[in-house]
Design a protein around this ligand. Structure first.
Ligand code: AP5
Length: 215
């Protein structure tokens, strides 16, 4: 079992890249953001614990995150390869993942750090729209749907994420700088990190990643 990690600030394009890599590789996509939004929708215990943190753009406690990630890993094929999107997000989560992987004789093979200037991240997030039924991601300017407000795939209603308001975005960026950016040095010290300018098109970024993982 091995894993790649997609690192990058809010709106860097981790979800968009994951969608392409899921189609082109056998890596299983694990997005803690998607798992938490589903938990909030279903009002599970995890969802109730996570809701207020997510609404304010703060991080959900490490213990909750590590539990849901380990459960997800355990529920699949023990030989599967994983693609983590938005996890780990703190040094504590990275150390927790290391411990899980020691137990499972697994390893992180590559960490891709998607770099985007802050002045580009904010409009990416304010312009993002997500299909209410299938979760497909659009952008009002970069990737508009064919019919305004409707998903190209299933005609579902396109909504703005509640944490994509400008005030919450600013907090998410601050949280990223304080709590997640230190992971760059953490993985640099292990010789695992690759920096990718994520101002390129999603397909260009995916081709760079595919070159590194040999898929
Ligand atoms: P999460 O869902 O992980 O949010 P995030 O990390 O802030 O990242 P986003 O999903 O906002 O952005 P993205 O990088 O995936 O960009 P996307 O591809 O959509 O987490 C949400 C919340 O959950 C957190 O705030 C926290 O509360 C909680 N949480 C989640 N994980 C946690 C954890 N591990 N620990 C603790 N708490 C956790 O792209 C954005 C837009 O840009 C789209 O419109 C897209 O079309 C466009 N776009 C993408 N790529 C490009 C490109 N190359 N060029 C032009 N436009 C592009």
């Amino acid at each position: 079992m091995r894993a790649i990690i997609l690192l990058g600030g809010p709106g860097a394009g981790k979800g968009t890249l994951s969608e392409i890599l899921t189609r082109k590789t056998d890596y299983l996509h694990i997005s803690t953001g998607d798992m938490l939004r589903e938990a909030v929708r279903s009002a599970s215990l995890v969802g109730q614990a996570a809701k207020s943190f997510m609404e304010s753009g703060s991080l959900v406690p490490d213990s909750v995150i590590l539990d849901i990630v380990e459960e997800r890993i355990d529920s699949g094929d023990p030989q599967a390869h994983f693609m983590f999107d938005g996890f780990p997000r703190t040094i504590g989560q990275a150390e927790g993942l290391d411990s899980i992987f020691v137990r499972k004789n697994a390893r992180v093979s590559n960490v891709f750090n998607l770099t985007v200037p802050r002045e580009i991240l904010i409009p990416r997030l304010t312009g993002r729209r997500v299909c209410k039924s299938c979760g497909a991601v659009y952008h009002l300017i970069n990737k508009p749907p064919k019919n305004p407000g409707r998903c190209d795939i299933d005609n579902g209603e396109l909504l703005q994420r509640t944490d994509d308001s400008e005030a919450t975005i600013l907090n998410r960026l601050l949280v990223y700088e304080n709590q997640t950016a230190p992971l760059i040095a953490y993985y640099e010290n292990r010789g695992l990190i690759r920096h990718i300018a994520a101002t390129q098109t999603p397909d260009q970024i995916a081709n760079i990643v595919l070159g590194f993982i040999g898929a």
